[in-house]
Ligand binder design. Structure first.
Ligand SMILES: [Zn+2]
Length: 434
């Protein structure tokens, strides 16, 4: 089949003998080496890692090194990482000033055995669902986010129905803003809105959740913070300011939340999660890793589903929390939102349920400009095969790129999508030489 030849030319797949340094698994991830040429001194090779099982900004790898998120692969959206010392060295040689924290506890001691002491007691989905629902109820959608959706073409009912809310600033940010205001400095419009927000503080919101549900251990995003002021612990939550959006499992339970972080162009969408493992530097003989967020938890990769009120045979697969609402509300089709292409494979466990719900046709609809469709297909051949074998018919969505980048742009402007059968599509795509 000619589409098999499309791949990731400069990358090498991990193997059992050379497992992924980050997740430690023998498959699915990649390593790659790039040679850099500098005006002064010799050329140098730098290693990069594509881990498909990690979406964190910084991660303690299974090999004991610390890795920093570098970029998202243009090919298929997987996260590319770089070891923190190498990054510091590379940036120095490139003359780029970046404040990289290479603290002493980042030192790699390979003779030590790696032991993770982090408890990641992910709470049952029933618990997460009730906590997250009440959390979203307690949060307000701030005007700037409401305006943003309105300008994108959402109508007001849709905005109110979406359950989208705003994450308030953390206590530190608020205190800094108050200080700045008191000093007489002029606040930006965004800073003003952060101070004049409708939302309660993070601490206050978490307190209400604790009063209702008790212990929040294992609900990703929440953690126990120690107060030096009165030497007590209190519940709060992580994450930058931004718009927060629910993710639903196949049974309609909210299993997790995604945050679209404000004022950033890189890595805009993040999981609401309270998990970051750090090396415990005091242990001399073994590498003990601990989650810096007490009683926090990480968010596993999972697809989000939404179904319309009226039964449908069509499931649109796309990437984007906002798109998911537009596809269901404006088109009346079911929609699977894939948070990162690599999570597509988690659809496997839902195959029986999807069939039971009457889904017969799967429409893959990634953004037009990224040629994501092709990359999804090549990266997930086994998955596509499994879906075909399960009896689903697969179509690829297409539209004139002038109509917009994502399927939501096309639908919001009232235009139609074309559907091409998978086989026709495979025959039409251009083949890249390896
Ligand atoms: Zn990996």
């Amino acid at each position: 089949m000619k589409f098999e030849r499309i791949g990731l030319p400069s990358m090498k797949k991990v193997t059992r003998h050379n497992p992924c340094p980050i997740c430690g698994k023998p498959d699915w991830c990649f390593t790659s080496t790039s040679t850099y040429t500098f005006e002064e001194g010799p050329d140098e090779d730098f290693d990069f890692l594509g881990c498909r099982r990690t979406t964190l900004d910084q991660v303690a790898g299974e090999d004991g090194n610390y890795y920093v998120f570098t970029k998202e692969s243009k090919k298929d959206g997987m996260s590319i990482y770089e070891e923190v010392h190498q990054r510091a060295r590379r940036f120095k040689r490139m003359g780029i000033d970046e404040n990289i924290k290479v603290s002493s506890d980042y030192q790699v001691k390979t003779s030590k055995k790696r032991i993770s002491v982090s408890d990641n007691n992910l709470a049952a989905v029933e618990k997460r669902d009730e906590v997250y629902r009440y959390f979203l109820e307690l949060l307000q959608l701030e005007d700037e986010h409401r305006k943003g959706l309105y300008h994108e073409g959402w109508d007001l009912d849709q905005i109110e129905g979406s359950m989208f809310k705003s994450v308030p600033p953390n206590g530190y940010t608020i205190s800094q803003l108050i200080k700045k205001k008191k000093s007489g400095a002029e606040l930006t419009e965004y800073e003003m809105s952060s101070l004049n927000r409708k939302n309660l503080t993070r601490k206050k919101i978490s307190e209400k959740l604790y009063l209702k549900f008790g212990d929040l251990t294992g609900v990703p995003g929440f953690y126990l913070k120690h107060s030096n002021y009165n030497n007590e612990n209190y519940w709060t939550f992580t994450g930058g300011q931004g718009m927060i959006m629910p993710m639903f499992d196949i049974h309609g339970k909210i299993y997790g939340l995604r945050v679209r972080v404000d004022n950033t162009e890189k890595n805009k969408y993040k999981w609401f999660s309270s998990f970051y493992e750090k090396l415990d530097s005091e242990n001399e003989t073994e590498q003990y890793f601990k989650n810096v967020y007490a009683n926090g938890s990480t968010q596993p990769l999972q697809i989000s589903y939404r179904f319309p009120d009226v039964q449908t045979n069509f499931l649109v697969v796309t990437e984007g929390e906002k798109k998911q609402w537009i596809v269901v509300d404006n088109k009346g089709l079911a929609c699977a939102n894939i948070p990162g292409v690599s999570s597509f494979s988690t659809i496997i466990k839902d195959i029986d349920k999807l069939k039971e719900m009457g889904i017969k046709f799967i429409i893959i609809a990634y953004d037009a400009d990224k040629s994501e469709n092709t990359h999804v297909l090549t990266a997930e051949l086994k998955l596509i095969k499994a879906l075909l074998e399960a009896g689903f018919e697969i179509y690829i969505a297409g539209w004139d790129e002038k109509l917009g980048k994502g399927i939501d742009d096309v639908l919001l402007s009232g235009n139609e999508i074309q559907y091409e059968p998978l086989l026709d599509y495979l025959n039409s795509i251009e083949v890249e030489e390896l």
